[in-house]
Design a protein around this ligand. Structure first.
Ligand SMILES: Nc1ncnc2c1ncn2[C@@H]1O[C@H](COP(=O)(O)OP(=O)(O)OP(=O)(O)O)[C@@H](O)[C@H]1O
Length: 267
């Protein structure tokens, strides 16, 4: 499952979303370059998943637009794949068949080709020998690996990740972060990750975007070399400072020195 395809260019313009009288997103402007890895963080209920659903066209915006390579997106796009906190594997289909489902509605029409692609996908997530098994006999982490293989088997240009590692234990989570980073580097898709875990955001992302009160409150670049070292002092300081920011220390409460420190740490 290697490919030289490039990531999608994603642009959000004045994106607004209300549910009845509740205004959840209040004018999001964001540009993500092809192949960039962006992480979205923010308090529970701030609208992160809603943003992801708008990008995937699962729900329409109240106002504004989602542009994929400059084209307004209004329907599910076959270059876009999603991964969720639960694996959403079909329990009555074997592991290999679940991966192959990711090729439905793609150019891989022949069963032989799509079977081979699915096999390669399983190998790429370290489960090359588990294809004939049922999803239920796999651990939670292994099921998420299958889910990742299914999402990537069609070589998407944009991968939307809605807390995909949120239910995993700490060690499995770290392993999955490495796997995700490796596959992103190999396949060069654009990655858009929603996470509650600020450390995960700093491990994986080129940029960390904080949503607060339905708007972008912070958008910082993380220019640390990869793979990121958790023991590194700059890494630890970046995480700590971001955690404090997410927890709601608003900018007006920050001293000029603290704001300057956050900006220099993260750039
Ligand atoms: N289909 C819907 N109908 C009505 N309200 C909705 C709908 N989807 C989301 N909301 C509301 O929008 C707000 C934001 O929800 P969303 O799931 O996007 O937040 P989130 O930041 O992803 O939260 P969490 O981190 O807890 O998953 C919530 O108040 C939620 O109740």
């Amino acid at each position: 499952m290697t490919s030289a395809n490039h990531g999608i260019h994603l642009k959000l313009e004045n994106l607004r979303k209300s549910f009845h009288s509740q205004e959840v997103l209040r004018g999001i402007d964001l540009e993500v370059l092809p192949g960039q890895f962006v992480a979205i963080v923010g308090r529970s209920g701030c609208g992160k998943s809603t943003l992801l659903r708008l990008i995937s066209s699962l729900v329409p915006p109240t106002e504004g637009s989602v542009l994929l390579d400059g084209q307004r997106s209004q329907h599910l796009n076959s270059d876009v794949r999603m991964m969720f906190q639960d694996s959403r594997l079909l329990p009555w289909q074997r592991v290999i068949d679940n991966v192959e489902l990711g090729l439905i509605a793609t150019k891989h029409k022949s069963h032989t080709t799509s079977r081979q692609k699915a096999r390669e996908g399983l190998v790429s997530v370290g489960l090359g020998d588990r294809g004939k098994e049922w999803p239920a006999v796999l651990s939670g982490g292994q099921q998420q690996r299958v889910s990742l293989a299914r999402a990537l088997v069609s070589e998407p240009r944009l991968l939307l990740l809605d807390e995909p590692l949120g239910a995993l234990d700490a060690l499995t989570r770290v392993e999955m972060q490495s796997l995700l980073e490796r596959l992103w580097q190999e396949q060069k898709f654009t990655a858009f990750l929603i996470t509650h875990d600020v450390e995960e955001a700093v491990v994986l992302a080129d940029r960390v975007v904080l949503i607060e009160d339905g708007q972008i409150a912070l958008d910082i670049s993380v220019d640390l070399p990869r793979p990121r070292q958790r023991g590194n002092a700059v890494f630890a300081k970046t995480v700590e400072t971001l955690v404090q920011r997410v927890l709601g220390k608003h900018e007006q409460e920050w001293s000029k020195a603290e704001v300057a420190q956050l900006e220099t740490i993260a750039k």
